[in-house]
Structures are given as structure tokens and as C-alpha cells.
Design a protein around this ligand. Structure first.
Ligand code: SAM
Length: 201
């Protein structure tokens, strides 16, 4: 899997090391365990998926988390992405709207020994108590950028979020410099929908 990520252009060595340490098999439900190292999204229940390894790597490379950064993840899902961020030394805060998924993710995170703050709720409104964040990573596709997430992004921080319709999204990498936001757009991603007050209804 790591060779494939290198082959597809992932260059961040800290990220590649973290992804070689965090065993994706731990986060994949039993019936799909033999496909854990495939470069594909896999079902995790509640009609949701664990993100494809290349997509998780690409988003993390765009986010570029540093040791000690406070990172908010919206869409815990299996907990895999959160574990990668924690393995890279970030302080991770993650929100999931499905309690069943969060319960399973928490079990794996605890088993692997990561210290990650998590809650069940609507991540489109962020997590104000712990803001500002050096990075915010949204792992579900939104119709627009939720304003609360822009507001909770710290000076010099980055928000990585797929924006588009229900079928296809472009990844927006938004950097904050004081009150100015600069956006880079990378096309052609497919995520499950971000459902919530500032997402899809
Ligand atoms: N990061 C996950 C992983 O590593 O397994 C991928 C998760 S999946 C692609 C996206 C997740 O976002 C789903 O579990 C979904 O339930 C969740 N989600 C969708 N809308 C949400 C919202 N408003 N707040 C929190 N989670 C949300």
C-alpha cells in the first residue's frame, strides 16, 4: 500500500511513515479485512466508508499537520484518518454524526493507544470549545464551505474540504492569513455526503 502511495505521488515522508505504522486492517470490518491494503474505499456500516488510502494520504498531504498542531476532523468514520493524524503528532479532535460508528472507532483508537478527543454530533458547526485549529479536515462532501469552520480556523491554518454535488467533488484547500482566505482547488473526488446544519439536509 505504501509503495502504491509513493507511486501515485505522495511525497511527505512523515505521512508515509505514519501510514506504515497505523494498520488499516484494524479499522476495516472483518468481512473486508482481506482487502484492507487495497487502494479503495470500503464499507464500515451506516452506508458509510473508510476513505481510500490514496485520498486519505492526499488530503493529509494538503493539510500538512505539524507536531503539536490542533487538528479538527469532521467525519470520524472508522477512525483511520484520525489515527494517522495522531501518529503524525497532531492533537486530534474528531466529530462523527453516527454514534455506532464512533463507538467502534473509539474502541480501535483506544486499543492502539492514541489520545484523540471525539464526540458525536454535527461537525458542520465545528467544535468551538477547542478552536482555533491549525488544521481542519472534512472527510465528507459538502455543498459549500461551512462558515463556522472558516471562523474556527486559526491564523496560518488550513481547511481541507471536498465541495461539489452528491456525485463528484473538488477538494478545496483553504489557507487563512488574518481575515484573508486563499483557496487552491484540486478536482475529481468522490465522498459520502456531509449531512448537517451547514451541509446537505
Ligand atoms: N475519516 C473517515 C475514516 O478514516 O474512516 C472517513 C469517513 S467517511 C468517508 C465520512 C464520515 O463523515 C461518515 O462516517 C459520515 O457519517 C460522517 N459525517 C457526515 N456528515 C457529518 C457531519 N455533519 N458531522 C460529523 N460527521 C459527519
Amino acid at each position: 500500500m505504501i509503495d502504491l502511495l509513493r507511486h501515485r505521488g505522495i511525497r511527505n515522508e512523515r505521512l508515509l511513515t505514519a501510514m506504515s505504522v497505523v494498520d488499516r486492517k484494524e479499522f476495516v470490518p472483518g468481512p473486508f479485512a482481506n482487502r484492507a491494503y487495497e487502494d479503495s474505499a470500503l464499507p464500515i456500516g451506516e452506508s458509510q466508508t473508510i476513505t481510500q488510502p490514496y485520498t486519505a494520504a492526499f488530503m493529509t498531504e494538503c493539510l500538512d499537520p505539524r507536531e503539536g498542531d490542533r487538528i479538527l476532523e469532521v467525519g470520524t468514520g472508522s477512525g483511520y484518518q484520525a489515527a494517522i493524524l495522531a501518529e503524525m503528532g497532531a492533537r486530534v479532535f474528531t466529530i462523527e454524526r453516527h454514534m455506532n460508528l464512533l463507538t467502534e472507532a473509539r474502541k480501535v483508537i483506544e486499543k492502539l493507544g492514541y489520545d484523540i478527543a471525539s464526540k458525536c454530533g454535527d461537525g458542520t458547526i465545528g467544535w468551538k470549545e477547542f478552536a482555533p485549529f491549525e488544521g481542519i479536515l472534512v472527510t465528507a462532501g459538502a455543498p459549500d464551505v461551512p462558515q463556522p469552520l472558516l471562523e474556527q480556523l486559526g491564523e496560518g491554518g488550513r481547511l481541507v474540504i471536498p465541495i461539489g454535488d452528491m456525485d463528484v467533488q473538488n477538494l478545496h484547500v483553504i489557507g487563512r492569513r488574518k481575515e484573508r482566505y486563499e483557496t487552491r482547488v484540486v478536482s475529481g473526488f468522490k465522498f459520502v455526503p456531509l449531512i448537517g446544519k451547514k451541509g446537505w439536509k
